[in-house]
Unconditional design. Structure first.
Length: 139
């Protein structure tokens, strides 16, 4: 079993490496794979008689999504949740000065900063977010 997993892991790495050079082809192949996966799930659910009841399907799907933690993450998204917890404004609510400030910070990172400095900046930003989250939770 371990050899089989290792084989497919290496196969995935090599295919991903080759396809990453051709992003449009990669997106097309990935899209076809996702559609075929969901089509097969749909057909299997249709072949099981009790899944044809929409209420039963809804209850089972919500239970699965809630128990795995995917319900909120999928339908709302992690970035929206984190920005709400951090108290960040929506782009439409930000002033022109705030948007320019964020843009200048990003351009400084892209032009003048080394990769290490950019990583440190990201870590500092995340730490600030975590600190503010902890402060809000402790109130």
């Amino acid at each position: 079993m371990r050899k089989t997993l290792k084989f497919f892991d290496k196969l995935e790495d090599s295919i991903r490496g080759a396809l990453s050079k051709y992003p449009l082809l990669y997106a097309f192949i990935g899209g076809v794979g996702i559609v075929l996966f969901w089509r097969s799930v749909w057909l299997i659910a249709d072949s099981i008689s009790f899944f044809s009841d929409p209420y039963f399907s809804l209850i089972v799907s919500v239970l699965i999504l809630l128990s795995t933690g995917l319900f909120v993450s999928f339908f709302i998204g992690d970035s929206i949740l984190l920005s709400g917890i951090k108290g960040e404004k929506k782009m439409i609510e930000k002033t022109e000065v705030e948007i320019k400030k964020e843009g200048s910070v990003l351009s400084d990172l892209q032009t003048g900063a080394t990769k290490e400095e950019a990583v440190l900046f990201d870590i500092q930003k995340e730490l600030k977010g975590i600190r503010s989250l902890l402060e809000k939770l402790n109130r």
